[in-house]
Design a protein around this ligand. Structure first.
Ligand SMILES: [Zn+2]
Length: 286
């Protein structure tokens, strides 16, 4: 067991049935008694064309000449009494399902799926041929997000992904950053971080005084958005709000020494945040 310490926090890299390495695309850590697995679904060359308002000077400063990687992750949490997924990837190639099986969890043994938002690269593994993949799971989504993508601005993919879960789709009102939070499953509380989408939600995992904040799509190109949080991506529906909430969340994580994990942060997908200059520095876990 390898001990990883930073800023007063200690995480334990865990064995994960032998499947937890960069080549497996799985990073394992422990938060209290909870085992957390960040699973890479895909990795490709990154494209700064998705950034809004990043000038040559900013790109020259933060983007290495050799380029950078873009990744899509989902998170499996083995809690003492439940198996919980946070987001499910695009579903392409059944990669996320393959990975959770490698980690010893069958799809029918997933108890809860918590969605950060309703974009296709987050709900993609929920259904196959119109049937629920996680046959016994409840699916949690913020009420605002569900309303927007199934009524106001309908995403047919999201409607199809959620349909087989019927009354097992549970909506909630996310809490506010820094305020008293309410758990939706034991140890995990949702927090509003609107901007990327109207109901974009973060999940704070807390057990035995250890914390991990899973930030969904708060960041798309970490290299630029940690130092300059106001630079948004074309994927951010409200780019101004996304920039403001990005700074607010990173500031909170830095001040409170809370590690973060992100769905588009390259392997290991998790690390610590500290203030640096007018922005932030990200130190990935080893
Ligand atoms: Zn995404």
């Amino acid at each position: 067991m390898k001990k990883i310490g930073f800023m007063g926090l200690i995480f334990y890299a865990i064995a994960a049935n032998g499947y937890a390495s960069e080549s497996d695309g799985i990073y394992a850590l422990k938060v209290g008694q909870y085992e957390v697995y960040i699973m890479v679904e895909s990795e490709r060359d990154g494209n700064t064309g998705i950034l809004v308002g990043a000038d040559e000077a900013v790109l020259g400063r933060y983007i290495p000449a050799e380029g950078f990687k873009h990744t899509a992750n989902a998170v499996l949490i083995k809690a003492p009494k439940q198996n919980i997924l946070i987001d499910t990837g695009t579903g392409a190639g059944g990669i996320i399902i393959e990975k959770i099986k490698k980690l010893g969890v069958q799809p029918e043994n997933v108890d809860a799926v918590l969605l950060t938002h309703l974009h296709g690269d987050h709900f993609g593994s929920l259904q196959k041929d119109g049937a629920a993949v996680f046959t016994k799971a409840k699916v949690y989504i913020s009420a605002k997000e569900l309303e927007f993508f199934t009524k106001t601005n309908v995403n047919q993919g999201a409607v199809a992904a959620l349909a087989p879960y019927g009354s097992k789709v549970i909506t909630f009102e996310p809490g506010e950053l820094g305020k008293k939070l309410k758990e939706i499953v034991p140890g995990i509380s949702p927090i509003a971080a609107y901007g990327h989408t109207p109901g974009h939600t973060l999940y704070l995992l807390e057990n035995k005084k250890e914390k991990l904040l899973i930030v969904g799509d708060l960041l798309h190109i970490a290299l630029v958005q940690f130092p300059v949080p106001e630079i948004s991506a074309t994927y951010d529906m409200d780019q101004k709000a996304a920039g403001a909430v990005r700074r607010q969340v990173l500031d909170y994580a830095a001040k409170n020494k809370i590690a973060i994990a992100g769905m588009h942060i390259v392997y290991p997908g998790t690390g610590s945040v500290s203030a640096e200059g007018s922005g932030f520095k990200f130190s990935p876990n080893k």
